[in-house]
Design a protein around this ligand. Structure first.
Ligand SMILES: Nc1nc2c(ncn2[C@@H]2O[C@H](COP(=O)(O)OP(=O)(O)OP(=O)(O)O)[C@@H](O)[C@H]2O)c(=O)[nH]1
Ligand SMILES: [Mg+2]
Length: 621
C-alpha cells in the first residue's frame, strides 16, 4: 500500500486558505474577512479525481518564514517537516489573493524558493474582476515556475482543476522537486529584492486593467500608505477647520446683521414691556445667537458628507485602526466615534455593531469626548471673541488652528481615556478589524444637498425647540424677581442666586458668574451656553443702560483670555448633555455606567479647565 498523501495550504493571512480548505474537504473551519483567523493547523480529507484520498492541512496565514508570532511558527514548522508527529507535506498549495497580488507574491517567493512540489491557487479572482482587473494565470505560472489555478473558494470555482493539479504535483513528487530554476533563483534574494520582483511579476500578470482600477489602486497606495496615510488624514481635517472659519464668516455676518435688524425693528415698532423684552432678549438675542452658527455647521457637514460619499471615510477608519489598536480599541469603534462628531447619541447607538462587550462599553464611555456639532457654536463664539483673526502662515488662520486643536484635544482625550479604561474597568484584548473598503466614487450633488439639508434642519429644529425653551426659561429666571431701582437685575433675579451657587464651585478654575450661570441650562443642549450668555448680557446691558452689543463683542470686552481658554477646555471634556446620558443608560441597561461617565468627564473638565486657566495666568496671557 502506498503511503498517505499529504498537502498543506500556505499563504498570507486572509487569502482564503480556510475557505478553500472547507470547499475541498467539506470541513467547517472558521473563516472570516480579517487576517489571523486560523491560528492552529487543522487536517481534513480531500478526495482526488482518481478517488485517492489526500490529507489536506489548513495552516495559519503567514507573512514570512522568519516571523515570530506563535501561529506563524506553526506554519513554518509544518512546512519544514519539523512539526511533532507530522510528516513533511508532499505538496504545498500556495494560496494568493488575486486582488492583492503584489503583496501576496512576497511570501510566495519564499515558498517557491523551498523548491518543493507546489501548486498556486490564484484565489478571489471574482474580487479582482469586480474591481476591473483581469489576470493572466499562464504568465504568472511562467514567472513562478509552478502551475497556477484560478479559484473562487466561496463559489467553489476552480476546485476540480486545483485537485487535479495537486494530484499531478504529487505524482511528479520529490524527485522532480518544485519550481527548479525559478526556485534556485529566489533562494538568496533579500526582502527588498523580493518586493521588487513581486511588483514586476504582479504587473506582468495583468491581462487587462480598467483605467478606473488603476486610478483607484494609485489613490489607495497614497491614502493608505503606512506613513503618509495619517498626515494626509490630519491635513484634510485641518483644511476642514480652516474652512469652517474662513468660508462661514460672510454668511454668519449676514445672519447676525439680519437678527440685529429684526431686533431693532421690534424695539421701534412695539411699546416697551415684558413681551418686547422676551422677544428681544430671549428669542432674538438668545436663540438668534445660536442660529448664526448655521453656516459653520453646514460647512463642517459638507466636508464630512463628501468624505463619506467618496469612500474616503472607510479608509480613514482603516488608517486609524492601527492607532486605535494601541489604545485597546479596534477600527470597529471608529465608525461610532466618527458619528459622535455629529452627535454622541447616534454614535453610542452605533456601538451595537461591536460584538465584544468590553470593547463596546469603552466606546460608549469615550464617545462624548468626540467633539459633537453642538460644541461648534460654543467654540466658534469664544474663538471669534478672544482669538485674533490673524494668520500664522500662508493660508493658515489662527482661529481655524485653535478650532483644530480643540478637536484634536477631544480625540486625544478619548484615546487616553480608552487606554485607561481598557486597563482598568473594561479589560480585554483588542479584536481584529473587519471592514471591506468601499469603492471610490464621485459624491453625487443631489445626495450631498439632501444630506446637508437634513443636518441644517436638525440644527434649526433644536434651536426652535430645546434651545428656545431653555433660553426662555433662563430669561424668566433672569427677569424675576424684579430688582429695586439701582440694583442689578441679574444679581437680584432667581438666576442670579443660582449663579452665585454654581460660581462658588467654578470660581477656582477661572469662570465668571455669567459662565457659571450658562453651564446649568447648557445641560439641556450645549448650544444653550451661547444663547444663555447672550440673554444674560442682553438683560444686564438693559440695566446698565448701555445699548446691547453683539455677543461676540460682549465676550471680547468682558472676559480675560485665561477665562475664555478655561471655558473652551471645559467644553472639550464636560458631559454637557442630558440626552447623551439617557442614551448611555439605555444602551448599558442601568445607571452605573452613565454615572461613571458623568463623573469622570466632569472631573476631567474641571481639572483641564483649571489647569488651562492657571497656566494661562502664569504665562501672563
Ligand atoms: N469573494 C471571495 N471571497 C473569498 C474567497 N475566498 C475566501 N473569501 C473570503 O475571504 C475571507 C478570508 O477567508 P479565510 O479563508 O478566512 O482566509 P485565510 O487565508 O484562512 O485567513 P487566515 O486564517 O487569517 O490566515 C473570508 O471572508 C472568505 O469568505 C473568494 O474566492 N472570493
Ligand atoms: Mg484560515
Amino acid at each position: 500500500m502506498s503511503r498517505q498523501r499529504t498537502a498543506a495550504l500556505v499563504g498570507n493571512p486572509n487569502a482564503g486558505k480556510s475557505a478553500l480548505f472547507n470547499a475541498l474537504t467539506g470541513a467547517r473551519q472558521k473563516i472570516a474577512n480579517y487576517p489571523g483567523v486560523t491560528v492552529e493547523r487543522k487536517a481534513g480529507r480531500l478526495i482526488l479525481p482518481s478517488g485517492e484520498p489526500v490529507e489536506l492541512i489548513d495552516l495559519p496565514g503567514s507573512y514570512s518564514f522568519d516571523a515570530a508570532s506563535p501561529d506563524e511558527e506553526v506554519t513554518r514548522k509544518v512546512v519544514h517537516g519539523e512539526f511533532e508527529g507530522e510528516a513533511l507535506p508532499e505538496v504545498l498549495v500556495l494560496v494568493l489573493d488575486a486582488a492583492n497580488l503584489e503583496q501576496h507574491l512576497v511570501f510566495a517567493q519564499e515558498v517557491i524558493a523551498l523548491d518543493r512540489p507546489t501548486v498556486v491557487a490564484l484565489n478571489m479572482v471574482d474580487l479582482a474582476e469586480r474591481d476591473g482587473l483581469t489576470l493572466d494565470p499562464a504568465a504568472l505560472s511562467q514567472a513562478l515556475g509552478v502551475p497556477v489555478i484560478p479559484t473562487v473558494a466561496v463559489r467553489r470555482r476552480g476546485l476540480d482543476e486545483l485537485a487535479a493539479a495537486i494530484a499531478r504535483a504529487g505524482d511528479r513528487g520529490a524527485d522532480e522537486g518544485g519550481a527548479g530554476e525559478a526556485a534556485r533563483a529566489r533562494q538568496d534574494m533579500t526582502l527588498p529584492e523580493r518586493r521588487l520582483a513581486a511588483r514586476h511579476m504582479a504587473r506582468a500578470a495583468v491581462r487587462s486593467e480598467t483605467a478606473r482600477r488603476r486610478l483607484h489602486a494609485g489613490l489607495d497606495k497614497v491614502l493608505l500608505h503606512p506613513w503618509l496615510g495619517v498626515p494626509i488624514l490630519f491635513a484634510l481635517l485641518f483644511v476642514m477647520f480652516q474652512a469652517v472659519f474662513a468660508w462661514a464668516t460672510p454668511f454668519a455676518d449676514g445672519l447676525e446683521a439680519g437678527v440685529a435688524a429684526v431686533s431693532e425693528w421690534v424695539v421701534a415698532a412695539f411699546p416697551g414691556g415684558f413681551l418686547r423684552d422676551l422677544v428681544t432678549e430671549g428669542v432674538l438675542a438668545g436663540v438668534g445667537s445660536v442660529v448664526v452658527f448655521l453656516p459653520q455647521i453646514v460647512i463642517l457637514f459638507a466636508f464630512i458628507l463628501v468624505m463619506e460619499a467618496s469612500g474616503y471615510m472607510a479608509r480613514a477608519a482603516y488608517i486609524m485602526d492601527r492607532l486605535m489598536a494601541r489604545v485597546g480599541l479596534s477600527g470597529k469603534s471608529f465608525i461610532p466615534l466618527l458619528s459622535s462628531f455629529a452627535c454622541a447619541i447616534p454614535g453610542i447607538m452605533a456601538t451595537r455593531s461591536i460584538a465584544d462587550p468590553q470593547d463596546r462599553l469603552t466606546t460608549i464611555l469615550v464617545a462624548p469626548l468626540m467633539t459633537c456639532s453642538a460644541r461648534l457654536p460654543v467654540y466658534a463664539l469664544i474663538i471669534a471673541a478672544v482669538i485674533p483673526n490673524t494668520t500664522v502662515g500662508p493660508g493658515v488662520g489662527l482661529q481655524g488652528l485653535v478650532l483644530f486643536a480643540l478637536y484634536v484635544a477631544g480625540i486625544f482625550g478619548a484615546m487616553a481615556a480608552a487606554l485607561l479604561l481598557r486597563r482598568t474597568v473594561a479589560q480585554g484584548a483588542a479584536s481584529g478589524f473587519i471592514m471591506e473598503m468601499p469603492r471610490y466614487q464621485m459624491p453625487r450633488l443631489r445626495d450631498l444637498a439632501i444630506g446637508l439639508w437634513q443636518r441644517a434642519w436638525v440644527f434649526l429644529r433644536r434651536a426652535g425647540t430645546i434651545i428656545f425653551v431653555a433660553t426662555i426659561a433662563l430669561w424668566v429666571l433672569l427677569t424675576f424677581p424684579k430688582a429695586d431701582p439701582g440694583e442689578s437685575q441679574v444679581e437680584a433675579s432667581f438666576a442670579g442666586t443660582i449663579a452665585t451657587g454654581v460660581h462658588a464651585v467654578v470660581e477656582p478654575i477661572g469662570f465668571n458668574r455669567e459662565m457659571a450661570l450658562a453651564l446649568v441650562p447648557a445641560m439641556a443642549a450645549r448650544e444653550v451656553a451661547v444663547s444663555s450668555l447672550a440673554t444674560t448680557y442682553a438683560v444686564a446691558s438693559e440695566d446698565e443702560e448701555q445699548t446691547a452689543m453683539a455677543l461676540e463683542e460682549e465676550v471680547a470686552a468682558r472676559w480675560s483670555l485665561p477665562t475664555a481658554l478655561a471655558f473652551l477646555a471645559w467644553f472639550v471634556f464636560a458631559p454637557q448633555c442630558l440626552s447623551t446620558i439617557a442614551v448611555a443608560r439605555r444602551e448599558t441597561n442601568g445607571w452605573k455606567w452613565p454615572m461613571f461617565m458623568v463623573g469622570y468627564l466632569f472631573a476631567l473638565a474641571y481639572v483641564f479647565a483649571g489647569a488651562t486657566y492657571w497656566i494661562a495666568v502664569a504665562a501672563g496671557l
